[in-house]
Design a protein around this ligand. Structure first.
Ligand SMILES: C[S@@+](CC[C@H](N)C(=O)[O-])C[C@H]1O[C@@H](n2cnc3c(N)ncnc32)[C@H](O)[C@@H]1O
Length: 206
């Protein structure tokens, strides 16, 4: 399929290349505050496999979660459509066991590779065919592997995002082994109070 977004502009119409330089300024993006970073590290340790494995971080942005995963011993491959994001992720993980590729999360450029976890935070909701993307990501898992999907619905006046119920329904044809964790009430993750829907889904491959 031909993409109409050959540069860093996502299917959501956002110019992610232009946003890359300031992306990490949000507490939950850059994870610069040690308390916020620790909160995400704790969750990630629980969501990712207990033993070091191969993790594919799709729509990895500046690599903040990739860095936590690498710090927990995982081998990370990150993919982002935005070359500016990929450049920042490469910088952030210099010297780590990690590679970053420019490409579409809907069709990751990782021919023949399989992963113990596919990690996707705040990306699925922008994708035009989330059901197809989920099937593709599920196919990239080794037996016993898992999808770790962190999503939400942002804003209350004109909300955007994907509600947990919808994501669970999209996963139903792939696996019944789905766990949902509600994240809105955990201030430490966001660096402030949030009153919209934030959650993570861990879906195990059958
Ligand atoms: C909200 S940011 C999240 C970044 C990162 N996952 C995180 O949680 O810090 C969304 C990222 O997804 C990327 N993105 C959006 N659509 C994409 C697609 N179809 N393929 C690859 N990357 C995409 C954007 O370039 C941007 O870096």
């Amino acid at each position: 399929m031909t993409s109409h977004h050959g540069d860093g502009t996502g299917t959501d119409g956002v110019d992610w290349d232009a946003r890359a330089a300031s992306f990490d300024e949000e507490p939950d993006h850059g994870l610069r505050d040690p308390r916020v970073r620790a909160a995400w590290a704790d969750r990630l340790r629980d969501w990712l496999p207990a033993r070091p494995g191969d993790v594919l971080d799709l729509g990895c942005g500046t690599g903040s979660l990739s860095l936590l995963a690498a710090g927990q011993g995982h081998r990370v491959t990150g993919v982002d459509r935005s070359p500016a994001m990929v450049a920042l992720a490469r910088q952030k993980l210099a010297g780590r066991h990690a590679v970053f590729l420019t490409g579409d999360a809907a069709a990751p450029p990782v021919d023949g590779e399989r992963y113990d976890a596919v990690l996707v935070r705040h990306v699925l909701w922008t994708m035009p065919e989330p059901d197809r993307a989920l099937r593709r990501w599920h196919d990239l898992l080794r037996p016993g592997g898992r999808l770790v999907l962190v999503e939400g619905v942002w804003g209350t006046v004109s909300p955007v995002g994907i509600p947990a119920d919808r994501l669970i329904a999209l996963l139903a044809p792939l696996t019944p082994r789905v766990r949902v964790e509600r994240l809105s009430g955990d201030l430490a993750l966001w660096g402030r109070e949030v009153d919209d829907e934030r959650y993570a889904v861990v879906a195990l491959r059958d």
